[in-house]
Design a protein around this ligand. Structure first.
Ligand SMILES: C[S@@+](CC[C@H](N)C(=O)[O-])C[C@H]1O[C@@H](n2cnc3c(N)ncnc32)[C@H](O)[C@@H]1O
Length: 212
């Protein structure tokens, strides 16, 4: 899996100084190096652009790497709402999105995402694109919250669904969340309101279209 991903990254992504700076800022701030891979980021930009989504919700901001990729997909005509547990992370993400030229198009809600999701739903918010990339144990809760706030035909993208390949290959050491990802993948695949497939880019992303 690593070799295939390195190959895809090397052929399909170019040197990106801005995203390199984001990665460096995450390290400098002592935060974990767990942003999406370059190809996963590019896939996010492409998906937002292809779906022409303009109202995007992200769960799990870290330092803003995936946020910038999502925003690049909608360009000048879109808005990103991003949920992040840690105030410090959200502050760095906000400053990185500003450096990327999207400072006025992003808003961060800090605290546990489940609480922010409840608030967004209670306020009647709707979104046409979702990116789930936070604590794995809550993925199913996040998925259900996203389905409730989805415009018909919206796309829900979920990261890390291959758990380093361990969901499919017993010879790969299990991760803490291998079993919950297997369960999540089954749920997504059989969800009555979703049409889904798993793309093995990065650590694996499921794409789920909310049925109209
Ligand atoms: C894998 S990182 C996100 C990476 C980011 N999407 C990127 O690629 O640039 C996961 C993030 O989820 C956040 N997180 C963890 N638990 C959370 C929760 N309960 N509510 C909101 N955010 C949470 C972490 O603080 C971390 O920043």
């Amino acid at each position: 899996m690593k070799q295939i991903n390195s190959y895809i990254d090397s052929v399909f992504t170019n040197q990106d100084d801005l995203l390199e700076e984001v990665i460096a800022s995450i390290k400098e701030n002592g935060m974990p190096s767990i942003s999406v891979s370059p190809s996963s980021g590019k896939l996010l930009s492409l998906l937002v652009a292809i779906t022409r989504a303009e109202n995007v919700l992200e769960i799990g901001a870290l330092g803003g790497y995936s946020g910038i990729c999502l925003a690049r997909g909608f360009g000048k005509n879109g808005k990103l709402t991003s949920l992040e547990l840690e105030e410090k992370y959200a502050r760095l993400a906000q400053s990185n999105l500003a450096k990327a030229g999207f400072g006025d198009q992003v808003s961060y809600l800090t605290g546990p995402a489940l609480e922010s999701l409840e608030k967004l739903a209670a306020d009647g918010n709707r979104f046409d694109f979702f990116f789930i990339d936070a604590d794995k144990g809550n993925y199913e809760n996040y998925l259900n919250a996203c389905v409730k706030m989805a415009e018909p035909g919206a796309l829900i993208v979920t990261d890390n669904v291959l758990a380093g390949g361990s969901v499919a290959d017993d010879s790969i050491k299990s991760k803490r969340y291998t079993e919950s990802m297997r369960k999540f993948n089954e749920t997504v695949a059989n969800h009555p309101q979703l049409e889904s497939v798993l793309i093995p880019v990065g650590d694996g992303m499921t794409l789920s279209r909310v049925k109209k």
